[in-house]
Design a protein around this ligand. Structure first.
Ligand code: GAL
Ligand code: CA
Length: 345
């Protein structure tokens, strides 16, 4: 008798619980149905940066596709901080005031993410950082904070591998003075950027591990920029003249700047290698001016940023669509681009 009473009570409780859940899901569905528009607030450190411009245009594409697929209006307000963190902070305030559903932030100064996270948290707006990786502690300040990017060491390894492959393929001809070492210079990205130090470190490490001795002549930052790289390489040409055998570049734009310097000085190009896989770099490679480059997948990164934004804005679970690392990080893979690994037509 007692057991019977208990089981009836249990069934009643289950029914109540079930109907509670039903009410909740219907409520959630209603909320979703009533979402007619998603507003994405998007701020970049510099819109004229070649790779960032690639992310922006791919993001615009992803939004167009998303609007069609989901039958919903999606707007993106893009703000250009033009290299100033103060300006970017003001832009973030504006985007929050305008009532965006999600914030995408390409920090100017990647060490000050905490301020951005706190502003967004106060307004309960999720944040997707991308390309310029905040420190772990800042990402951990709130559960609605994410980072989309790629692993810098991976690109350095592939860049080094391109050099080693060509070195051995041509029986060491890259070592022009035949002293058994590669005299090299490095064009570095912005100081303090995760992609600068690590790309250099892993490129050099990989070449050395492949059994090639390295002899560093010089290294300096050219802030990812073609014009600054050209100026820097002009200076090095004055000092080292024809002794430079290899130029390792933290990105393609700087590799193109190095090529500009040699061409303007009417000098024979040394081995030059870049990272990003921009259209112009691939062109230069096809013309035989660049050994190769490493594709930084702007399209995939933009698609992932978009998917994450969509899920956050519509309160859908993103984990079925995106592979998260430690719940917060989303990484794309780098791939090598060399004359024999691309359609040369
Ligand atoms: C890197 C990219 C560079 C530059 C930089 C900006 O990942 O390779 O070309 O765009 O990001 O943060
Ligand atoms: Ca040498």
């Amino acid at each position: 008798m007692y057991i019977k009473k208990c089981s009836i009570l249990f069934c009643i409780m289950m029914l109540l619980f079930q109907s509670g859940c039903d009410i909740k899901t219907t409520k959630q569905n209603k909320e979703l149905e009533s979402i007619k528009e998603i507003k994405i607030g998007f701020t970049v450190y510099r819109r004229d940066d070649t790779f960032i411009a690639m992310i922006v245009s791919n993001m615009e594409e992803a939004i167009k596709e998303g609007e069609q697929q989901e039958n919903i209006k999606i707007t993106m307000n893009i703000m250009d901080a033009k290299g100033s963190q103060t300006v970017q902070n003001d832009h973030i305030d504006k985007l929050i005031e305008q009532g965006c559903d999600v914030l995408c932030v390409n920090l100017v100064d990647r060490t000050v993410a905490a301020t951005v996270v706190d502003k967004a948290k106060a307004a309960d707006i999720p944040v997707v950082f991308f390309n310029r990786e905040p420190v772990k502690q800042d990402l951990e300040r709130w559960h609605k904070v994410y980072y989309v990017g790629a692993k810098a060491d991976e690109s350095g390894k592939l860049e080094g591998q391109i050099v080693a492959d060509v070195y051995y393929k041509n029986n060491g001809a890259m070592d022009k003075n035949g002293d058994g070492k590669l005299q090299y210079v490095v064009l570095e990205g912005e100081q303090g950027h995760q992609d600068a130090l690590l790309r250099t470190e892993y490129a050099v490490k990989t070449i050395t591990e492949c059994g090639i001795q390295m002899d560093k002549l010089a290294g300096d930052t050219a802030n990812w920029l073609r014009s600054q790289a050209e100026t820097k390489v002009n200076q090095w040409l004055q000092i080292y003249s024809d002794t430079i055998e290899l130029i390792l570049c933290n990105n393609d734009d700087m590799a193109l700047g190095a090529i500009d310097a040699y061409e303007n000085a009417d000098k024979v190009l040394p081995a030059i290698v870049g990272i990003d896989g921009t259209a112009l770099a691939i062109e230069a490679m096809k013309e035989g001016k660049l050994l190769g480059t490493v594709k930084n997948d702007a399209q995939k990164q933009a698609e992932l940023i978009f998917t994450l934004c969509y899920c956050l804005a519509t309160k859908k679970d993103a984990s079925s669509k995106i592979d998260f690392v430690r719940e917060k990080y989303v990484f794309t893979e780098y791939t090598m681009i060399t004359p024999d690994k691309i359609d040369m037509k």
